[in-house]
Design a protein around this ligand. Sequence first.
Ligand SMILES: *Cc1c(COP(=O)(O)O)cnc(C)c1O
Length: 366
Amino acid sequence: MTHPLLGLPPLSAARFASIEDRVARLLGTAQDVVITQGEALLPLEGAIRGAAGPGTTALNVITGPYGQTFGDWLRDCGATVVDLSVPFHTAVTAEQVREALAAHPEIDFVSLVHAEAATGNTNPVAEIGTVVREHGALFYLDAVASVGAEPVLPDAWGVDLCVIGAQKAMGGPAGVSAISVSERAWARMAANPRAPRHSYLSLLDWKERWIDGGRRALLHAPAQLEMLALEACLERIEAEGLETVTARHASAAAATRAGALALGGGLEPYVHEAAQAAPVATTLRTPPGVVASELVARVLAEDPGLPLAAGGGALAKDMIRVNHYGPAATVETVRSSLTALGAALAGRGPAVDPQAACRAAEDAWG
Ligand SMILES: *Cc1c(COP(=O)(O)O)cnc(C)c1O
């Protein structure tokens, strides 16, 4: 008996390398790309543990929950951490980064999240990259929520460690991820006696045993299902065109924002400035007296297929996330999300106008 997911032959080293090359093309990078066999937290943690240690002073930019996690890892590695936090309804500016670097000239590592699906903001990485390069620090970027939704260009932006995952705007699997690594970043890891080696977290193992060996022998049996799914999703993006895919996400964000404002009911964009709102997902603030997690639960009870979620942790009270990414970045999904939110809000506060919301969304889609 055959089953499409079972009995697959092992994935060859050549196939694995060709998928890495496709990821490199997606990122427009000439740096080494390593595909990591796990959810994006694997390379995110592996890169910090590889590149940071007791001698490191890190500027950790916090614009959402992931920045907080990175600070914890950096401290755990023995690094001295300078936190730069901005309110979650905004983005950090290059000027704020410049000031932090000027106040702490010893900073030699900067960690930043490009876009945060959890808070709905996106940071100006190109401008920040210029500032970080001038200072000379190693630049670490979490681009999991931005790749596929907006441009991610590690080489052009001077990013030394750029982590992506396929599960958001790429519309792919969550079980594999990838990282691009600059020569400077490899050198930093090689010089770090505490960098993981002979470990699942070790990027250096892949450098020494895979890349330096000409990518002929894999370190272990790769996860075929996830690798094949990653390859399929890269093929799909290439066929649609990366620019078309990112444009679809930008339209979804603009349409959701305009539609929510036209809907009424007291809903407001959580991120104040449209330019700082992430194309991957739109966060909305519920009016006083409406608990976001309860509102979302009511909507999903009617239509479990809608890409809605409440904010995590303390944000569950007043944040709704419209996760219009991957296959959900369509005008139909935006319309049905707004209509369903309107129905759930009706009669609970200020008037709602779902038809006006849909019209505004269609106009903003462009
Ligand atoms: C989604 C996301 C990740 C990956 O986390 P999951 O919750 O496992 O999907 C990492 N970083 C950022 C900024 C993300 O938005």
